[in-house]
Design a protein around this ligand. Structure first.
Ligand SMILES: Cc1cc2nc3c(=O)[nH]c(=O)nc-3n(C[C@H](O)[C@H](O)[C@H](O)COP(=O)(O)O)c2cc1C
Length: 189
């Protein structure tokens, strides 16, 4: 797929099934990821590949985290949480690995990891796959962070659910006008 076509036609899909990107295709996704802009070449990212039984282990971690956050969570809530990672055949967890740097504040490193994340989503789409970038409470949960190897100021940027779309997503039409202004000079106070 041409790059512009891929950019203009990507749409998230929450309903995903097999097949997932192969090991070789996962390498392509990650090579696309690390082409993201990165101030001072800090490489502020880690990509965790979660597939097969590891998805169940991730569900267990999310359940343990929910129990800590909400000791009153019902069995139904816990079972729903346990099943979340099974919603796709492949999950890539993107973690912004934050390094102290005199010229590169944390926010720039998180933005770099976010740009890497979007490169993965677009590359997956260009290869014929679909997915959805999810965060939710697990992204900001200390038990999940530690279980996934995030330390210090590291930030889980997202859980990328990837696979094949169960049904073809419909692209929305969008008016650009409200997002764009032509700036012609500083506003007078
Ligand atoms: C950082 C981030 C976190 C997100 N977290 C969630 C989420 O937890 N659950 C969800 O349904 N959508 C989440 N989204 C939104 C979807 O990824 C997606 O953008 C949205 O469903 C709109 O679909 P589209 O990308 O096709 O326009 C998140 C997006 C971003 C950028």
């Amino acid at each position: 797929m041409e790059a512009i076509d891929a950019l203009l036609s990507r749409k998230s899909s929450a309903m995903l099934e097999f097949p997932a990107p192969s090991q070789k295709e996962i390498q392509i996704l990650l090579q696309a990821a690390v082409r993201a802009p990165d101030h001072c070449r800090l490489r502020p990212w880690k990509f965790l590949i979660v597939k097969n039984d590891a998805r169940e282990a991730l569900g267990d971690v999310m359940v343990e985290a929910l129990k800590i956050r909400d000791p009153k969570a019902t069995d139904a809530m816990l079972e729903k949480t346990r099943g979340k990672p099974l919603r796709a055949p492949l999950i890539i967890v993107v973690i912004a690995k934050i390094k102290e740097h005199p010229k590169v504040p944390n926010v720039e490193q998180i933005l770099s990891a976010g740009a890497a994340t979007q490169n993965i989503m677009i590359a997956a789409h260009a290869l014929g796959y679909a997915g959805i970038w999810r965060s939710g409470a697990p992204c900001f949960d200390e038990h999940v962070r530690v279980s996934l190897g995030a330390t210090g100021k590291d930030q889980i940027v997202g859980f990328l659910y990837l696979g094949t779309a169960s049904k073809k997503p419909v692209l929305p039409t969008e008016s650009m006008d409200e997002y764009i202004d032509y700036w012609t000079g500083a506003q007078k106070k």
